[in-house]
Design a binder for this molecule. Structure first.
Ligand code: G6P
Length: 589
């Protein structure tokens, strides 16, 4: 994780670096720092906390520099662990994890070197210094050969104060040229602009930013051709437009986003190739993390129910290490808002290597996942700023439901139309305002349960994840039928239990679990489209959802749970947009 930036050009570097870091803050906000050349000497400013803490560095005058916003892996969030890390004439910023850092640190300690931080990254700057004999590029390449793990690096050397050197292995890195300068960053939006050409570094490649040119090299120092990234520049400054938080604003966009995404896959430039793979698929494997995994669970349910094609959703970090079986005619759907999640990328790569046709379902057109995939099915959710995913989840669901409905019909089976879903979402959004009145019952809860069966269970999982992420309340999403096998022991007087009940055939069964919890003192909150459930005597409070086909109901019911998490988060005095310890894009294992 972490975001890195670098600049070498005609303008003052500090403002460019700080603006770039602001755009990368979704990758982590534990600490931030910059290093800028003032003449031949390096000025380093680092702070614990968010990028805005670095404002004092904006006045630095130098025209070459690097910057970093951190999501802590090795070492606590603190000023001393903040990047850039410096040693002798070098300073660097790093995104990734160096897996052999301990062994390398031992070597440095044996040479009598001392360390100022607990990070794996500081080891890299020591290693570069140890490999240095006057050739900056050769030192970085030699050091890179000894690193195990993942890294995107931007390095400065005070013997070459006009140069930024970059290296990449399994962590995203792009470089750009234009508007009088050369740029490097973890992600395109940090450097995109009118007239800026952007190039992606491949794994094992290096780039030198100097003067007016960027040069690209392989690990032996041989020049390699640049890989241009085509993108359409849109000045995309996220604004809250009167909402108190991005999360609330992004939720308000859900109905429009849902309307856009039901048929979005038909627009894919690779549609005919994807269609062949879809129609020929004997099984579907979905790989994803976090909220995207929950979208995968919902989609797998719809694929099996509507199309009768075996479909499994996999947590990407588990799939990649379980030696997965990928039989012939497997379609792999890798679902990822950012397209940069390290575990999802690795799982998708494995599925592809083992013969699956790989389709990326992602919100970011130029992401690493799109480069890996055979076909890209782009979700049209627009930029999502809040760390907790909301509208991107609904977009993923609608796109995947659209694919499932399409496949069902191609197989001569029936599938409910998706046309009325956006309207149902609009109604759910206004009904969800009722949960403001529920917050008092959640504020001090020791634990919260979300329960459901069938597709409702997946909604419960996502509702629980939202609550955990932004309120920090312990919560669990549970299959209603499993409650009695353990979790019931945690139910006490007034424990909030949120029951999601939209699957008509399973409603009675879910209600059995609700009765059991109620009998033990639980306070029941029902989220349902069944009037009889909303009005049942066990429900302390309920939100009545608009009707919608039960195969697709998570896309509507989840809106109420997103709102619940949001209002409880605000009532607890948290910033729902930037939950502690979390980042929007997780580019480390
Ligand atoms: C992080 C985010 C989650 C997200 C997950 C997967 O943990 O905080 O909101 O669901 O990564 O991200 P992706 O970009 O792959 O959908």
């Amino acid at each position: 994780m972490c975001g890195i930036v670098g600049y070498a050009g005609k303008d003052r570097a500090a403002p460019v670096l700080l603006d770039g870091l602001q755009k990368l803050e979704y990758r982590g906000y534990d600490s931030a720092g910059v290093a800028v050349f003032e003449g031949n000497s390096l000025r380093i400013v680092k702070k614990k906390g968010r990028v805005k803490e670095l404002e004092g560095a904006r006045s630095l005058c130098g025209r070459v520099g690097i910057g970093h916003t951190r999501w802590a892996t090795h070492g606590a969030p603190s000023e001393k662990n903040a990047h850039p890390h410096a040693y002798k004439q070098f300073a660097l910023v790093h995104n990734g994890i160096i897996e052999n850092a301990d062994a390398l640190r031992e070597e440095c300690l044996a040479r009598g070197e001392t360390f100022l931080s607990e990070t794996d990254s500081e080891v890299v700057v020591h290693l570069i210094a140890a490999c240095y004999a006057g050739d900056f590029g050769a030192a970085v390449r030699a050091a890179a050969k000894r690193l195990k793990g993942s890294y995107a690096l931007a390095v400065l050397c005070s013997d070459f104060p006009d140069t930024v050197l970059c290296a990449r292995q399994s962590s995203p890195l792009v470089v750009g040229k234009g508007r009088g300068g050369l740029f490097v960053a973890s992600d395109l939006p940090a450097i995109a602009g009118e007239g800026v050409e952007v190039f992606a570094l491949a794994d094992g490649e290096f780039a030198t930013l100097r003067g007016e040119e960027i040069s690209f090299f392989d690990g032996e120092g041989k020049p390699v051709p640049p890989h241009a990234v085509a993108y359409r520049f849109r000045e995309d400054v996220p604004e809250k437009r009167g909402y108190a938080h991005f999360m609330k604003k992004e939720m308000s966009e859900i109905p429009a986003v849902m309307a856009k995404n039901a048929a979005a896959f038909l627009e894919s430039p690779a549609f005919s190739s994807f269609r062949r793979a879809l129609l020929g698929a004997e099984r579907i494997q979905i790989v994803a993390c976090g909220t995207a995994y929950h979208a995968g669970l919902c989609a797998a349910h719809a694929f099996e129910k509507l199309c009768r094609v075996p479909c499994e959703a996999n947590i990407a970090s588990e799939y990649r290490y379980r030696d997965p079986i990928v039989p012939p005619n497997t379609l792999c759907l890798a679902v990822s808002q950012s397209g940069e999640t390290a575990d999802t990328l690795a799982a998708a790569q494995i599925a592809k290597e083992r013969g699956a046709y790989l389709a990326a379902v992602t919100n970011v057109a130029y992401s690493s996942l799109t480069r890996l995939a055979d076909a890209v099915l782009q979700t049209e959710a627009g930029r999502e700023v809040a760390v907790a995913a909301t509208k991107s989840f609904n977009a993923q669901l609608m796109l995947l439901y659209g694919v499932a409905a399409y496949l069902a019909r191609e197989k001569g089976r029936k599938a409910p139309p998706l046309g009325a879903m956006a309207k149902a979402a609009r109604l759910a959004l206004s009904a969800a305002e009722e949960v403001r009145g529920w917050t008092a019952h959640f504020l001090a809860a020791k634990s919260v349960f979300f329960v459901g069966r069938g597709a409702d269970y997946f909604t419960a999982l996502e509702g629980s994840l939202k609550l955990k992420e932004i309120t920090y309340l312990p919560s669990e999403g549970y299959p209603a039928g499993e409650l009695k096998h353990g979790a019931l022991a945690l139910i006490e007087e007034n424990t909030p239990v949120v029951a999601v009940v939209t699957q008509k055939g399973l409603a009675e069964k879910t209600m059995n679990a609700v009765h059991e919890a109620y009998a033990r003192g639980a306070k029941i909150f029902a989220v349902t489209d069944l009037p009889e459930v909303a009005a049942c005597k066990e429900a302390f409070a309920s939100v009545l959802l608009p009707p919608c086909p039960e195969e697709y109901s998570p896309a509507v019911a989840v809106i109420v749970l997103q709102a619940l998490a949001y209002y409880v988060s605000v009532a607890r005095g948290n910033d729902p947009d930037k939950p502690r310890n979390l980042a929007k894009s997780v580019t480390v294992e």
